[in-house]
Ligand binder design. Structure first.
Ligand code: ADP
Ligand code: AMP
Length: 219
């Protein structure tokens, strides 16, 4: 099963794709996570992406398409993939169609999490994650069950993303409206797009996704 989760920064793509990855045994391909890992490792890609990300802009289509081309192989995605953060431009969506045709794969679901701008800012401003395993949390909406201890791995150190600062968030929202919002239109035209109310609470959004996927948890 191959899924794309669309939606603005802070919509809940990462939160829901973690759940879908674990439940349906899919490979999560989150381009933002891949870029942050490259920045942290100081690779050539990381050096190219660092400044662009800090400015809240998008990394070039050529770079991003190259990353996904390598990532969608059968070897990497034996049960299928969830794309989170890609495609982020219409050019990326077109390139993805070509890449999938080349390797004989197809998209089963393209689902947009719909959230308004004020909520995006709320979500992003309270977001933090476990330094050890990357599990995501929120100051108000999703705190660890035991304060200061990660639910997933027991880690006790957490971090906040550099680009989640208010000054960068405004630029990311601008980039979203100008470059990424049209991607939903691209999939609406081909009839593959489904929308979900991303303003609902986390568990409700998960239920809506499961209804669309029409499957129960993998054994
Ligand atoms: P994205 O991957 O789309 O940028 P995240 O999944 O990281 O978004 O979610 C952004 C923040 O909002 C996180 O702190 C997360 O815990 C929280 N969050 C995610 N979904 C919801 C929801 N439906 N209601 C409230 N908070 C949410
Ligand atoms: P995210 O974690 O999805 O919010 O992405 C963080 C940042 O990484 C974005 O603001 C962009 O600078 C960059 N990025 C992630 N995915 C893409 C993509 N598909 N195309 C271009 N830039 C991306």
């Amino acid at each position: 099963m191959n899924i794309i989760l669309l939606g603005p920064p802070g919509a809940g793509k990462g939160t829901q794709s973690d759940y879908l990855r674990d439940t349906f045994k899919l490979t999560k391909l989150a381009t933002g996570d891949m870029l942050r890992a490259a920045v942290a490792a100081g690779t050539e890609l990381g050096l190219q992406a660092k400044q662009v990300m800090a400015e809240g802009k998008l990394v070039s289509d050529d770079i991003m398409i190259g990353i996904i081309r390598d990532a969608i192989s059968d070897q990497n995605c034996p049960n299928g993939f969830i794309l989170d953060g890609f495609p982020r431009t219409t050019a990326q969506a077109e390139a993805l169609d070509v890449m999938l045709a080349e390797v004989g794969k197809k998209l089963d679901f393209v689902i947009e999490l719909k959230v308004d701008d004020a909520e995006m800012v709320n979500r992003i401003s309270g977001r933090f994650s476990c330094k050890q395993c990357g599990a995501g949390y929120h100051d108000t909406f999703k705190q660890p069950a035991k304060a200061g201890v990660c639910d997933s791995c027991g880690g006790t150190e957490f971090s906040r993303r550099e680009d989640d600062r208010a000054e960068t968030v405004a630029k990311r929202l601008e980039a979203y409206h100008a470059q990424t919002a049209p991607v939903a239109g691209y999939y609406a035209k081909t009839g593959t797009l489904k929308g979900v109310d991303g303003m609902a609470e986390i568990g409700e959004v998960t239920k809506s996704l499961e209804k669309i996927l029409g499957e129960k948890k993998a054994a």
